[in-house]
Design a protein around this ligand. Structure first.
Ligand code: 2AM
Length: 174
């Protein structure tokens, strides 16, 4: 199973972002846009694992914390030869960064091998974008805010020929 831990986004975020992405596609921007139901924020990518049980066990050890706000920030892109990756940033609040660092430490302590690259919180919007436009100018979105109360273990899998990020387990933080 291909697993990662992240935050589910509320329907109103997915609807707003999905609408903005549809508008870009209607303008002729070409790329592999994420369907609204797949929009999420990754905290830790785990990769191929035989089962979710050991990850769930680590999530169950996370300390309780107060709910905290999550807010959208500027969009940006990662340049790739096969086409750019467009993403929407979220504010790097101390609570978000502490949650991500604590989760990473707990998983590493439990023996999971994790990527060493620094964490850049982002919501991937589209991959393999071929047009050269600047997403800062072309993505039309209001500021969005929600409250983080739990983390979610996701499985990335093919469902009816389409990639889906399926929630397997929620761990409340409060
Ligand atoms: P991305 O959106 O920036 O590609 C499921 O693949 C989720 O895990 C995606 O949000 C993806 O981030 C993230 N992820 C992080 N590292 C990854 C990796 N090495 N391979 C695939 N996905 C990764």
């Amino acid at each position: 199973m291909r697993l990662f831990v992240g935050l589910q986004l509320p329907a109103r975020w997915r609807d707003a972002i999905g609408g903005a992405l549809s508008a870009l596609q209607a303008e002729g921007v070409r790329g592999r846009f994420l369907p609204p139901e797949n929009l999420h924020l990754t905290l830790v990518f785990l990769g191929e694992l035989p089962s979710p049980g050991p990850v769930r066990a680590v999530l169950d050890t996370l300390p309780r914390s107060a709910p905290f706000p999550l807010r959208t920030a500027s969009p940006g892109l990662f340049l790739r030869k096969r086409g750019d990756i467009w993403w929407l940033g979220v504010e790097r609040s101390s609570q978000l960064m502490t949650l991500q660092a604590g989760l990473t430490a707990a998983l590493a302590e439990a023996g999971f091998s994790l990527e060493a690259r620094p964490y850049t919180p982002h919501i991937t919007l589209a991959r393999q974008v071929k047009s050269p436009p600047n997403p800062l100018e072309r993505l039309s979105l209001p500021a969005l805010e929600t409250t983080v109360r739990r983390v979610t273990l996701f499985s990335s899998q093919q469902v009816d020929g389409a990639l889906r990020y399926l929630p397997l387990y929620h761990k409340s933080l409060i």
